[in-house]
Design a protein around this ligand. Structure first.
Ligand code: ADP
Length: 255
């Protein structure tokens, strides 16, 4: 397609053997970053060589969720990403002043993403998770151009309204040549009471609509929020929680 015509000026350093999973959502606040951070930590705990690229220009919350406070270091021309154990992390937030708003224009975003994929010393990763900004914007187009083999996982809540916007994110991925491999439903029910706060069935309906499997259902669990706020993956903070079990099942599913 026309979108894929542009050739990157830099050489992408992501190994051809690395699986790239872009985590996308139709809108913000559905838990996309929380799931990306916890999924990455769970995969790393299973012994996988994992990298996380936090490309959510509106949120860039992953370093905080994983308790990573170091900054990247530049050695010669390479950017060495901070790590959490074996997990490597690069975030657009490392390069922003927290107190000043940034108006991202498409070309700027494209260059930032290109640099993250070419100048960062990722090493030989098995999986690179990319936390995408919500919606259907410039980052998806850029990622489609830079890494056309990236696969997409869509996060949604059970709510019909969330499902509708998530369909657009899936269509966008398809337009830029990325394959959607599955849907994760977050906030499926409240732990304990089982109450379906955001309704039910949205994840499965979305999966059916775009013709992919439902990879997991993650409950609304306060320990997940607390662990994220404290900068710890939930399987470390609350290993016996339902959220930890659901994320472990998801990690197994995507591995
Ligand atoms: P997004 O990346 O989609 O904008 P976040 O991952 O930032 O969403 O999540 C929004 C808020 O909801 C965060 O405070 C997070 O800790 C909380 N949260 C996300 N998923 C859950 C869950 N399953 N249970 C409890 N809290 C959650």
């Amino acid at each position: 397609s026309r979108l894929r015509g542009g050739r990157p000026e830099k050489t992408i350093s992501i190994d051809a053997a690395t699986r790239v999973l872009a985590v996308a959502s139709g809108k913000g606040g559905v838990g996309k970053s929380t799931l990306t951070a916890n999924l990455a930590a769970a995969l790393a705990a299973r012994g996988e060589r994992v990298g996380v690229l936090d490309a959510d220009v509106y949120g860039h919350s992953i370093p905080h969720m994983l308790g990573v406070h170091q900054r990247p270091v530049v050695v010669d021309t390479m950017i060495v990403p901070p790590v959490r154990g074996t997990l490597k992390l690069m975030s657009i937030g490392f390069f922003l002043d927290e107190n000043s708003p940034v108006m991202w224009r498409g070309p700027m975003l494209h260059r930032a993403l290109e640099q993250f994929l070419s100048d960062v010393h990722w090493g030989e990763l098995e999986t690179l998770l990319v936390d995408m900004p919500p919606g259907t914007g410039d980052v998806a187009i850029s990622l489609g151009q830079l890494l056309p083999r990236a696969e997409v996982v869509i996060v949604t809540t059970p709510q019909a309204a969330a499902q509708e916007v998530a369909v657009r994110a899936a269509q966008m991925a398809q337009k830029v040549g990325m394959r959607t491999v599955g849907v994760v439903e977050n906030m499926s029910y409240l732990v304990g009471s089982g109450q379906e706060i955001f309704g039910s069935g949205g994840g499965q309906r979305l999966a059916d609509e775009i013709g992919v499997p439902l990879l997991g259902s993650i409950p609304l669990d306060p320990v997940l929020r607390e662990a994220a706020d404290a900068g710890t993956p939930v399987f470390e903070a609350a290993p016996d929680s339902e959220a930890a079990a659901a994320i472990a099942a998801l990690a197994e599913r995507v591995q």
